[in-house]
Write a protein that binds this ligand. Sequence first.
Ligand code: ADP
Ligand code: G6P
Length: 483
Amino acid sequence: MEKTIIVSNRLPVDLKYNEGKLIVKSSTGGLATGMKSVHSEGNGIWIGWSGLTEEVISPEQKTEVNEALAKEKCVSVPLNQYDIDNYYYGFSNAALWPLFHYFQAYTEFELVHWQSYVEVNQKFADVVLEHLNEGDTVWIHDYQLLLLPELLRKKRKNITIGFFLHIPYPSYEIFRTCPWRDELLQGMLGADLIGFHTYDYVRHFISSVERLKDIEINFNEISYGNRIIKVDSFPMGIDYNKYHNAALEHHKYPESSKSELMKNIDFHNKSNEESKLILSIDRMDYTKGIPNRIKSFEYFLNKYPEYKGKVRLVMLAVPSRENVLQYQLLKKETDELVGRINGDLSTISWTPIWYFYRALPFDELIDLYVSSDVAMVTPVRDGMNLVAKEYIATRTKENGVLILSEMAGAAKEMHEALIVNPNNFDQTADCIKEALEMSAEEQKTRLEALQKRISRYDVERWAKEFLKGLKVAKNTVPVQIAQ
Ligand code: ADP
Ligand code: G6P
């Protein structure tokens, strides 16, 4: 039976050993949380890294790991510590991630990192080839595996390969600074269909191909050898019903659904029924605009002091890529900012910022989504941002306001949110005020429009459209021009 093989660096589950016991946790991040529901319904497999390096597992544990993964229809690519240091922390997260998010000053181009990236992409290719049968479709995800489409194409000329990039594709002027730009493009061009979240990213990609490769491009079709490669935008959605139904369930049993975290926040707030809660949730990543968000909240409190004591920012940051220097510096900056602002402004009965540095289980995440009056999703650059969509899906009582950065791919589809430039503290402060004071009727009107769109273009539809596009791309034959 034909199957779809999903390939990404990270599997939907993240494995760890704790005192000899195998712990299986869900991975965080948009790729894993989004693709999880697509994968659970299909008959395919998901190939990726388990979170464990070869050095830390014994042969017996390896069997246990493979069995645990097989239950999740997953297959692991064995990676060692050198690979993780150089391919993952190195080229993927200290070169490509900052480069594609326009953080040029953070970008490190190291030859050893690049060499490891090439080797590890080959390791992924080897595992995929072991599992690939005639008629299968391979769907490759994200910047860690830009070389994989071409590596597979070289070995199996006729297979169907889709590639989707979950992060922004930068302007050519940024992309051209990469010493291995030709190899990266060549790698991606092994696919039959290349997908991005937004049309802007499509344009940037096509412009890179036009300038770096001498090949014919017709609108969104690239003629390459005897193949046609299609390029298109597919804005990723979420599993809307999962979030919406969880919120409905939460409202049905409000007391038993309350997390310890919210109980605690409520307890400290019992003296002030009027108090409002602003939510902020992301991986701890410099692209997410966390310091700017905190500073604009402080700016808001100083510009509109009547809100002091009446509004709290609940900030949740999941630890991410902690071995990379820039992430360590960001954590330090965030800790210090929160400490300083709380030190400056707190009173006996009010702490302005509640900050948690951890991943939360799904139910607690839902509790936070439904309990907040406003969500601030203000990245300085973000391919899409699924948190914005999850927040909207959980607003089952027709109230709640989303403040969304214009730099997130999601802003292209979510016009009814309050759209801000996260570098403009004055504008952001005014938007916070507008959100807190928005009439119930306006909240409802905006939410209805957002919910209609987000529920229609959910993750299942996104995957279907991509796979449909892939089939069409595969069957598009280059037109032979008569001489
Ligand atoms: P990215 O992919 O860059 O991390 P997204 O907003 O697209 O950003 O996706 C983040 C995903 O991780 C969402 O599905 C969100 O629910 C999840 N997530 C974010 N923060 C937490 C947290 N503290 N605990 C659990 N899940 C989280
Ligand atoms: C973003 C990337 C994903 C990545 C995720 C979490 O969503 O697009 O490829 O998996 O962040 O990051 P991590 O480095 O922990 O896998």
